[in-house]
Design a protein around this ligand. Structure first.
Ligand SMILES: C[S@@+](CC[C@H](N)C(=O)[O-])C[C@H]1O[C@@H](n2cnc3c(N)ncnc32)[C@H](O)[C@@H]1O
Length: 227
């Protein structure tokens, strides 16, 4: 049976296909907005909580775990793509494991951390809702779940400002990339609702601005468990 092109399953297939060029693009600092704005923004957001332990969800090749290790943070990185986890393990700096959001939601990852972070990795629909539902149980007392994602206003484009699947694109990336992952667009209101519905209250919202365009490069939600 073929995979629905607008589905959580397709996202995983696409990231498996693009693991090697993704590792190269990240490690060669080829993504301008990351270099200019969003890498520092997420490192600062995590460090603002002064954690000792951290879980990087959808860690890719592991750059964020390595960056935070330089500040003394003990990181665990998880991702569904084995090739990315192997790249991360080779580079070191943390404990890297293969895990899907679906398996984490099912309670198969037994860790408790002071900060859980998802950097541009909450892409899908059902897999993301299920993962967010699980988050409060994985946070230590006064722990935080921090999400950096595309800013809904900036990323909406010409389509209606409403939740829904969007087709992906590798525009601006090298020709080594193919078969872009679809993504599930959420409005600002819908992101806030997703956290609230799952026992997470918003402690802070940051909108890192790109100094060249003057527009937000992303939005960062810093959330805390209600209990
Ligand atoms: C845009 S990359 C971001 C990687 C990393 N957080 C970073 O900042 O470079 C999105 C990542 O989310 C992961 N991902 C997407 N859906 C997933 C799922 N259902 N379970 C686990 N990882 C997933 C992909 O494999 C990919 O590594």
């Amino acid at each position: 049976m073929s995979i629905d092109p607008l589905s959580d399953e397709k996202i995983i297939e696409s990231w498996r296909t693009n693991a090697a060029p993704w590792t190269d693009a990240v490690r060669e600092s080829r993504i301008e907005s990351r270099k200019l704005v969003t890498n520092k923004a997420i490192v600062d957001a995590v460090l603002s909580r002064s954690p000792v332990t951290m879980l990087d969800i959808g860690c890719g090749e592991g750059w964020l775990v390595r960056a935070l290790a330089e500040h003394g943070v003990e990181g665990i990185g998880v991702d569904v793509v084995p090739e990315l986890i192997e790249d991360a393990q080779r580079a070191g700096g943390g404990d890297f494991r293969i895990a899907s959001y679906e398996s984490i939601a099912a309670g198969e990852l037994h860790v408790t951390v002071e900060v859980a972070v998802a950097n541009f990795s909450l892409i899908g629909k059902e897999s993301v809702s299920a993962l967010v539902c699980r988050m409060p149980e994985m946070l230590a007392t006064r722990g935080a779940f921090i999400v950096q994602t595309l800013h809904p206003i900036a990323a909406c484009g010409d389509l209606p400002y409403e939740d829904g699947w969007r087709t992906g694109s590798w525009a601006g990336f090298s020709e080594a990339f193919s078969d872009p992952a679809p993504w599930y667009f959420r409005t600002m209101e819908s992101w806030l609702q997703l956290f609230r519905d799952n026992g997470l209250s918003i402690s802070e919202i940051r909108e890192p601005i790109n100094p060249v365009t003057g527009k937000p490069s992303s939005v960062i939600f810093i959330t805390e468990s209600d209990c």
